[in-house]
Design a protein around this ligand. Structure first.
Ligand code: GLN
Length: 283
């Protein structure tokens, strides 16, 4: 039977429990409590003495327990903000990362014609495709993923955010795509090295390996994408790839070898090489 708990004591309890297992016990507890109370963080500061109901206490304690076991906060609450959107997330795919907003920013700033067609390879939650479609109402965006549950999730996120100029289909990279050319292809593919220690840390332990790992050097999927992309690009179309911070040189060489020009790598907000972009077919 749950005992009486106020916002203040709930916060103290959560922070205490999570301080041993999480690097961000305070923020985690606040986000979990806000989800239970359906409020924003200022409420926690303004009303510290407000009591939780029995059902809120039960749910809060269950959330803290899951977080203590390492489950990512976004999977526990079932949603994550990205760009200007609120996205449903689940274990079928990666939780959208803030650094991926760079890919969106670059895509929507490209010098491409009005009414462009854009493809998002490995769309997952649909984050990138939906963010681009929300900024570019005259574009048609297609997102694909090899995982059927991810495609269904992206479709729910489309409805959740009332975005109409986007479609999602099941396809392993280009393999099941309709015969169509695009002006822009974007992708945040798996790019972590299979033996990377990073995979055993924090939230990554709970995310699908298929969305993270791409062979010994992390480039298996990127190689496939670069090899096939030009068949799906209009002349002067652009390819934008998110990648690991030490992969830019290899990716630049692969792009040059496939006839891409204007090969440029951009840094994320942490100062890491994060996105390499290139234009097809013009010197
Ligand atoms: N950017 C992700 C991370 O650092 C890796 C995701 C990916 O492989 N696309 O956790």
């Amino acid at each position: 039977m749950a005992t009486a708990l106020t916002i203040k004591t709930a916060l103290n309890y959560g922070i205490g429990v999570l301080s041993l297992s999480s690097e961000s016990p305070k923020v985690d507890t606040e986000v979990l409590l806000c989800e239970v109370l359906q409020c924003n963080r200022s409420k926690l500061i303004i009303d510290p003495e407000q009591s939780l109901s029995d059902s809120q206490i039960t749910r809060f304690l269950a959330f803290i327990e899951q977080r203590k076991l390492g489950h990512p906060v976004s999977y526990i609450i079932g949603h994550q903000d990205f760009w200007t959107l609120s996205l449903e997330v689940n274990e079928s795919t990666l939780i959208p990362r803030p650094e991926t907003e760079l890919l969106v920013e670059l895509a929507v700033s490209l010098p491409v014609p009005a009414n462009s067609h854009c493809l998002d390879l490995g769309t997952g939650t649909g984050a990138i495709a939906l963010a681009i479609a929300s900024e570019k109402s005259d574009w048609q965006v297609l997102g694909c993923d090899r995982v059927a549950d991810a495609v269904a999730l992206a479709q729910r996120n489309k409805r959740r955010n009332n975005i109409t100029n986007v479609a999602f289909i099941e396809s392993h990279w280009f393999n099941q795509l309709p015969e169509q050319k695009f002006d822009v292809i974007v992708t945040n593919p798996p790019y972590v090295e299979s033996n990377s220690d990073y995979l055993n840390r924090g939230d990554l332990r709970f995310e699908p390996q298929s969305a993270l790992v791409a062979g010994g050097d992390g480039l298996d999927d990127i190689r496939q994408i670069i090899a096939m992309a030009s068949d799906y690009l209009n002349p002067q179309g652009w390819l934008l790839i998110e990648h690991g911070f030490e992969q830019s040189k290899s990716i630049q060489s692969l792009l040059v070898a496939q006839g891409f020009n204007k090969v440029t790598t951009k840094l994320d907000y942490a100062g890491h090489d994060r996105v390499t972009m290139a234009q097809f077919g013009v010197a």
